[in-house]
Design a protein around this ligand. Structure first.
Ligand code: ZN
Length: 312
């Protein structure tokens, strides 16, 4: 029973949802069910707040979870959830260059943050005021990051802003795929590329045999960043760990990190050729996006490997 004490996060969730969980001695099974119940709450909150169409509003779900007051600050943590006598006071850092309330509520980063914080409310007992926090679940003994509260809340945010059944429907109803579809979904659901790509690559395994990465244009250089969050690799194994075979083993990406000097004088094709070797086996697609600087989003996939699961 070492497990039960090593991962208080699961014990907490099992306690929260005990009425809905099966009676069983299979603690491993129970842990998974408890996690599923937690993620299901995102869908239930959408239903409770009558949300049937994207973009989904995390603020309305926050009210359901007793977030009764929001304050914007110009510095400090991105967000903090402060329990008080009426529920929670949510303090959010105002993104630079945004001042109007309407724009703040529509900002994709703010929306992700709020959806994530709504996830954190489930780690409090809200039957009392002020809500009482359970143990902090960043347990040092947790063997992988997915067993930390923080990661559960990222997963929760994706369920809230990009509910599986809507995304699958969106994918099935369009007979084109790849970045064009992703771009349409992103606008429709008003989410960041980061959260959408994680959804498509990791959660739905839609692009399981693909690699998505971005090229940043910086002055006269083009940079392929080898940061985890900027390269979304498919081909997940059954145990849920990303297997980076596309980038490391395939020959069509010329090295993981690269720079091109004098990029301004080169065409997109020339730039992309620096990173991707043409091959019959792979299809490469590119989409210019704008983040804090001009950026090219790239998807490299097996020419016949995409979307089979959803289109048949
Ligand atoms: Zn968090």
């Amino acid at each position: 029973m070492k497990d039960r004490f090593s991962f208080p996060l699961y014990s907490w969730m099992i306690e929260q949802f005990k009425g809905d969980l099966p009676c069983t001695d299979d603690y491993e099974g129970l842990k998974q069910k408890a996690r599923e119940m937690f993620l299901l709450q995102a869908f239930l909150l959408l239903r409770k707040t009558g949300q049937r169409r994207p973009p989904f509003d995390p603020f309305a779900t926050g009210e359901q979870r007793r977030i009764h007051r929001i304050t914007w600050v110009d510095s400090g943590d991105e967000a903090s959830l402060v329990p008080d006598l009426e529920g929670f006071h949510l303090i959010l850092r105002r993104p630079e260059n945004i001042s109007s309330e309407a724009e703040l509520l529509k900002d994709v980063r703010v929306r992700s943050t709020v959806a994530h914080e709504v996830g954190h409310t489930f780690f409090f007992d809200i039957s009392h005021f002020p809500p009482k926090q359970g143990p902090r679940f960043e347990h040092a003994l947790a063997s992988n990051v997915r067993e930390k509260e923080e990661w559960w809340c990222f997963d929760f945010a994706r369920k809230l802003l990009l509910p599986d059944r809507w995304i699958k429907k969106s994918v099935i109803s369009h007979n084109f795929s790849g970045l064009e579809l992703a771009s349409k979904i992103r606008r429709e659901y008003n989410v960041s590329w980061d959260i959408l790509l994680r959804k498509l690559v990791y959660d739905l395994e839609m692009w399981a045999t693909s690699t998505v990465f971005r090229l940043d244009f910086e002055d006269s250089q083009v940079i392929l960043r080898n940061e985890y969050k900027d390269i979304w690799k498919g081909a997940r194994t059954r145990i849920g760990r990303a297997r980076p075979w596309l980038l490391e083993n395939a020959d069509f990406i010329n090295g993981c990190v690269g720079r091109i000097e004098n990029a301004r004088n080169k065409s997109t094709e020339e730039i992309v050729a620096r990173f991707v070797n043409p091959s019959e086996k792979y299809v490469a697609e590119f989409l210019p996006i704008y983040r804090d600087r001009p950026t090219l989003l790239c998807l490299v996939r097996e020419s016949d490997g995409i979307l089979d699961k959803y289109l048949t």
